[in-house]
Design a protein around this ligand. Sequence first.
Ligand SMILES: C[S@@+](CC[C@H](N)C(=O)[O-])C[C@H]1O[C@@H](n2cnc3c(N)ncnc32)[C@H](O)[C@@H]1O
Length: 263
Amino acid sequence: MVDLRTEVPHPARVYDYLLGGKDNFAADRAAAEQGRRSNPASDVAPGANRDWLRRVVTYLTREQGIGQFLDVGTGLPTSPNVHEVAQGIDPGARIVYIDHDPIVLAHARALLTSNPAGATNYLDADFRDPARILASAKETLDFDRPVALLLVAIAHFVGDADEPHRIVRELVDALPSGSYLALSHLTGDFLPEQWKKVEAIYAARGVTMQVRPKAEIERFFDGLELVDPGLTLVHRWRPDERDRFADRSDELVSVYGAVARKP
Ligand SMILES: C[S@@+](CC[C@H](N)C(=O)[O-])C[C@H]1O[C@@H](n2cnc3c(N)ncnc32)[C@H](O)[C@@H]1O
């Protein structure tokens, strides 16, 4: 029996609640509502981030011909999931999903409904163990061909003590030339006091959250070639006609994102 620890908020379930999902518990909803009262961006950032993810996977599959995705910190299934977007364009796309939260594991079946021409896999693993992630990903993905590494709204749950920049470097180093890194990250650049309050709400419940300034987020892409328009607020990154957040203010979005190619 998996212990879902329903008495403490989990980032995956708080995010699910803020996106309008149903896979959350009272402690998650209480933390989300407290965050909402402290910070107006709490409502907009999750949806804007999710829309960005859809546009990024569409761009990588359609415009760059990427057919393999390693999605670390995938979260609770939220349609359209990465495999639905990628396989909608390239039915042969292969996706490995990774998360460390038992609630995501409990729902992983919904992440495994692959188009028969492609493949999906789910691994219960921690971002802070890149060697294990890489060894398992290689069972589904061909590391002789380009892979897109998706680190979407996960790195702000990893404090400096765990050296997230080093971990990203280790993951990227293992990818072949022509691979991509897509990473989004909460920032306190626009509403510093409000994000401090949200960090404190998580910290009081034993969960690390660390928003970072733009320069520190940019460092995740060191040695890589940023795709146009570079590191931007996610709603300003190649908005399309389906985007619901293009007219929002920067402070309400408060999530930076970029896509970069490994030379
Ligand atoms: C805000 S959700 C983002 C979900 C999805 N990537 C998206 O952007 O829509 C963050 C996810 O990262 C996961 N996560 C946080 N720290 C992690 C770690 N150290 N290892 C694996 N997953 C982690 C959480 O469980 C959660 O599902």
